[in-house]
Design a protein. Structure first.
Length: 391
């Protein structure tokens, strides 16, 4: 195998093997050097020199990484490690060394149904029964696969809140496709680009200018990866991409939303794609404070937060490893004595809820907000009704 990317080769030789990156959650769980960022860089350096031909075990260890970015935060030589891992995985796929079995299966079902869960396309908008949506609007709600098929309560709460707030928006329903994040993270870029084109064309047809996401993974993909893919296709990218936590924060700061009195002890989990990947740390915390919550930070928070363990294709291929990482995060949350573990990502909620095994109440910010929001200057708006007002 030869690396076709000069970028990967150059960055591999920048690594000084200092091992500050032992903060890696996979390394903390497995303790094997081969799964640490330093070990992965050593492998890439060996491939670049022509001294190592990676076998199936080496490639499998390379994929025991959630692409959480904790290593990048502490890297003493400022290597853009998230990009290195993702580009290297694409090289493994190109060389026929990957995808791994679960990731290959994920692709097969997504090619048929437009989502990595293998659920029927016709079921994608089942959560939205009872709501009415405009065909065209400048803002579109992009529900994403996990909220559509696994965490329906997040999608429903988001729509109810948008209706309360009088925001003019549309929703693509069955014409919404997976954002492609699971495939970009596992090196399967071609199918991600196919989904990009389907979503892009739908947004243009509906006159969309702003894309709102509940999912942190969708947010990162659409805000960061889609503009690059658009450039590859020679397409104009003129969309604003917003996460629900940012929208809620904006409405609160503008005095358009207040909350019923509420005082609970909570701790906040920073999703990797929202925090380290996109730098959104304060907005969710400000909203929780405005709600009256007492925020007790875990030992690791913000840019140093522990990964939930589910991202980067780890949950699908290495379930035990993913669960071990999730349980470590739950233990940190329990130490705060908080009533709620709050996050801003359907995938984080799904995984942490499973890891908690009922020992802690895991909830998404949008659920708390929707249940306690008092919208100002928007009389008569009821959940489930679409209005003509915009934020």
């Amino acid at each position: 195998m030869r690396l076709s990317s000069k970028f990967i080769e150059d960055e591999a030789f920048v690594c000084v093997q200092c091992h500050y990156c032992r903060v890696c959650p996979a390394f903390q769980s497995l303790k094997w050097e081969s799964v640490s960022p330093r070990g992965r860089m050593y492998l890439l350096k060996g491939i670049a020199k022509g001294q190592i031909e990676p076998d199936s075990i080496a490639v499998e260890d390379f994929y025991k990484c959630t692409t959480c970015g904790a290593c990048e935060v502490v890297c003493q030589t400022s290597i853009p490690l998230i990009e290195v891992w993702e580009r290297a995985r694409a090289e493994f796929v190109e060389a026929g060394k990957a995808p791994l079995p679960a990731h290959r299966k994920m692709r097969e079902v997504a090619e048929k149904n437009g989502n990595p869960y293998g659920e029927k396309r016709g079921e994608r908008s089942r959560w939205a029964e009872g709501f009415q949506f405009k065909d065209k609007a400048e803002t579109i709600y992009f529900a994403g696969c996990t909220a559509s098929y696994r965490m329906n309560e997040l999608a429903r709460n988001t729509v109810e809140f948008l209706n309360k707030a009088g925001i003019d928006y549309t929703y693509a329903g069955e014409d919404e496709y997976c954002c492609g994040s699971p495939f970009l993270r596992t090196g399967q870029r071609d199918i991600a680009k196919e989904f990009f084109l389907k979503n892009y064309e739908e947004w243009k047809r509906r006159g969309v200018r702003r894309i709102l996401t509940t999912c942190s993974g969708c947010f990162r993909t659409i805000a960061k990866d889609y503009p690059e893919i658009a450039e590859e296709f020679g397409l104009e990218w003129d969309f604003e991409v917003v996460h629900t936590s940012q929208l809620i924060h904006q409405l609160v700061e503008e005095g358009k939303v207040e909350f019923e009195e509420w005082s609970e002890r909570v701790t906040y989990h920073d999703p990797c794609h929202l925090g380290r990947h996109m730098g959104v740390y304060e907005e969710p915390r400000v909203v929780l404070e405005k709600m009256g919550a007492e925020i007790v930070e875990m030992e690791h928070s913000r840019e140093n937060a522990l990964c939930c363990g589910a991202g980067g294709g780890v949950k699908s291929q290495f379930k035990e490893l993913a669960m071990d990482m999730g349980k470590r995060r739950i233990e940190e949350a329990k130490e705060t004595k908080a009533k709620y573990l709050v996050s801003c990502c359907p995938f984080c909620k799904l995984h942490l809820k499973q890891a908690s095994e009922g020992e802690m109440e895991v909830i998404d910010l949008i659920e708390l907000v929707n249940s306690r929001a008092k919208v100002l200057n928007n009389p008569g708006t009821k959940a489930g009704e679409q209005t003509d007002r915009r934020s």
